[in-house]
Design a protein around this ligand. Structure first.
Ligand SMILES: Nc1ncnc2c1ncn2[C@@H]1O[C@H](COP(=O)(O)OP(=O)(O)OP(=O)(O)O)[C@@H](O)[C@H]1O
Ligand SMILES: [Mg+2]
Length: 236
């Protein structure tokens, strides 16, 4: 489903050059929920941005279903952004003035669906995240967990095969965070793949698999080696 091969990315030049990703290899199958952990600044968001087609790598390759990219400039990766991946952020990124339904419809229209198609798909998606009775509420009238579920509805509405979630529970209380992970697991059962960055080892342990990003490479991890800054990974 998703395959990342030998991906490298650095920023800056000369003495200010910083190599962030030093050869990332990973694979995610259909319906898999994978947690990505690692110390602050290790490159988790950078990796997600490249997989999401909004940043180009220096070398390496990504294949996501029929899409092959990685080093292509973002303006050549429009299809990936429109149809390949859905994004979920820590701070939801909903439009304040629009109802839950209109937030999802708006995103679908930007992705190229007609208004009537968008309406049907948006309702389906909001029902799937159990917000069928809150569609006409604006974000301010929803709890944090409900707002995040609107964002998830927006991300899944176009039947995108891969969800990229960058600390999706970072702004939520423990219970709402757990509900989001439970929802991810349900979506994964339907065949959606999810790559989720989290700093919370307990939430990460609910994923099918954990990856630790450390010193520019990813390694399979377990809860003990992923705890904290990842120290101890080698001893295990
Ligand atoms: N556009 C950029 N220009 C220069 N440096 C950048 C840029 N984007 C990221 N970096 C650097 O790359 C490194 C990785 O950043 P990234 O945001 O991917 O880390 P992260 O693992 O997501 O951290 P956090 O857990 O704090 O969110 C950091 O040192 C950051 O300063
Ligand atoms: Mg980050």
């Amino acid at each position: 489903m998703l395959r990342v091969q030998s991906l490298t990315k650095g920023f800056g030049s000369g003495r200010n050059r910083l190599e962030v990703l030093k050869g990332i290899d990973l694979e995610i199958t259909s319906g898999e929920l994978v947690a990505l952990m690692g110390p602050s600044g290790c490159g988790k968001s950078t990796l997600l941005n490249i997989i999401g087609g909004i940043l180009d790598a220096d070398s390496g390759q990504i294949s996501l279903q029929e899409y092959v990219y990685g080093t292509k400039p973002p303006n050549k990766v429009v299809d990936v952004r429109r149809n390949g991946v859905g994004w979920i952020f820590q701070d939801f990124h909903l439009i304040d003035r629009l109802s839950a339904l209109d937030n999802v419809i708006f995103a679908l229209e930007l992705a190229g669906f007609t208004s009537s198609e968008a309406m049907v798909k948006a309702r389906d998606a909001l029902n799937k995240v159990s917000l069928g009775d809150r569609m006409d509420f604006i974000p301010d009238q929803l709890s944090g967990g409900q707002q995040q579920r609107v964002a998830i509805a927006r991300a899944i509405a176009g039947n995108r095969p891969l969800l990229l979630a960058d600390e999706p529970t970072g702004n939520l209380d423990v219970k709402s965070g757990e509900e989001i992970i439970d929802l991810f697991k349900e979506l994964a059962k339907d065949g959606v793949s999810i790559l989720m960055v989290t700093h919370d080892p307990i939430l990460a342990s609910k994923a099918d698999r954990m990856l630790l990003l450390k010193e520019g490479k990813t390694a399979a991890s377990d809860i003990r080696s992923a705890w904290g800054d990842g120290a101890g990974a080698e001893e295990k």
